[in-house]
Design a protein around this ligand. Structure first.
Ligand SMILES: NC(=O)c1ccc[n+]([C@@H]2O[C@H](COP(=O)([O-])OP(=O)(O)OC[C@H]3O[C@@H](n4cnc5c(N)ncnc54)[C@H](OP(=O)(O)O)[C@@H]3O)[C@@H](O)[C@H]2O)c1
Length: 313
């Protein structure tokens, strides 16, 4: 696979795929088509390229037709949609359909990025390789949100007055970061633990002064970030605790970008990445660096726990 020239088409003309195109075009061994916007959907998905990258939205139902089109055209599929990293957590029948379709076509599907894809799952499992057993896991991640588009910031929960934030959480239009149940289920499944449930909480962080991103102004008193806590419960107790703080000015907020993984047990492990993984460059790299491991993998819809580590190549 490493010597093989690969045709890769990119669907979704956003920051991830623009970066993936730039990464792959710096390398020999790839013919890159796109990124294509909605108008280029058929060319992106139905060309039968070796790999189709779908980087459009986070939700399984919204990518389902695109995934079907690419798989039935004989392409391997990699998507940044967080829910697709472990689609069984969202819709077991759709996940089963993707898996069956991929097997029938002899191709592979994967949901991947930095988060899910590395910070809360693959890297946790890699660190756990040096542990005698896993009694408990704690992962804390602090992320700079300032370079996300306003569409993504609004969905995350940034730029809202207090009452709007509370209503958005209640009504399900504010999601915070998506993908914790997927990461937790990937890790639990790999180490043979059954999660009873996953509890979740999201708390707003209000701006003390005005902030501005490329396409959003945040007045004082509106949300400039948030903290999410997800807890995977086993035996009635927290087994996997994930804490994610996102902010448009994380240094001023006192939460500079940082990733910390603790794998607790007889041989406790403490892994820190400082500054933390960059959400933009890191995610695009994870996608570009997953293409060859995807092509080499067995057919079916897989998770990052079933693949070797991603790396440039
Ligand atoms: N797993 C991970 O670690 C990870 C990492 C990075 C990103 N992501 C996720 O991947 C997605 C893309 O990220 P991004 O930063 O590239 O976002 P972005 O900059 O907002 O770009 C998304 C692009 O996709 C298009 N799009 C949206 N919905 C679409 C649909 N249903 N069909 C076709 N095109 C559609 C948008 O075009 P329009 O303007 O026409 O809507 C936009 O050009 C996001 O949902 C993000 O949360 C996941």
């Amino acid at each position: 696979v490493s010597a093989e020239r690969l045709r890769v088409s990119l669907y979704g003309d956003g920051q991830v795929n623009r970066n993936v195109a730039a990464i792959l075009r710096r390398r020999s061994g790839y013919d890159v088509l796109g990124p294509y916007d909605r108008g280029g959907r058929d060319r992106a998905l139905r060309d039968g390229t070796d790999v189709v990258v779908i980087a459009t939205t986070s939700f399984l139902t919204e990518i389902a037709d695109d995934v079907r089109a690419a798989l039935t055209s004989g392409s391997n599929v990699i998507t940044t949609a967080e829910e697709a990293a472990f689609p069984w957590a969202v819709d077991a029948s759709l996940a089963g359909e993707f898996d069956e379709l991929a097997r029938r076509e002899g191709v592979t599907g994967l949901g991947c990025g930095l988060n899910p894809g590395l910070a809360f799952d693959a890297l946790v499992l890699t660190a756990a390789g040096a542990a005698w057993e896993v009694e408990r896991i704690r992962v804390q991640r602090s992320v700079d949100l300032s370079r996300f588009s306003s569409t993504i910031l609004r969905r995350l929960g940034v730029g809202y007055e207090p009452a709007e934030f509370a209503a958005g959480v209640r009504e399900g239009t504010i999601h915070g970061h998506i993908g914790f149940p997927q990461s937790m289920r990937i890790v639990a499944g790999a180490v043979g633990v059954e999660l009873e449930r996953i509890d979740r909480q999201i708390e707003p962080i209000y701006a003390r002064h005005a902030h501005a991103t490329a396409d959003m102004s945040i007045p004082p008193g509106a949300t400039a970030g948030f903290t999410q806590r997800y807890t995977g419960i086993v035996g009635g107790r927290g087994w996997y605790e994930a804490v994610f703080t996102g902010h448009v000015d994380p240094v001023a907020n006192g939460t500079p970008p940082r990733d910390q993984i603790d794998v607790l047990g007889t041989t406790p492990l403490h892994l820190v990445v400082e500054p933390g993984f960059d959400p933009q460059t890191g995610s695009s790299a994870m996608i570009a660096n997953s293409i060859r491991r995807l092509v080499a993998a067995r057919p079916g819809w897989l998770t990052v726990a079933e693949l070797p580590p991603a790396h440039p190549g």
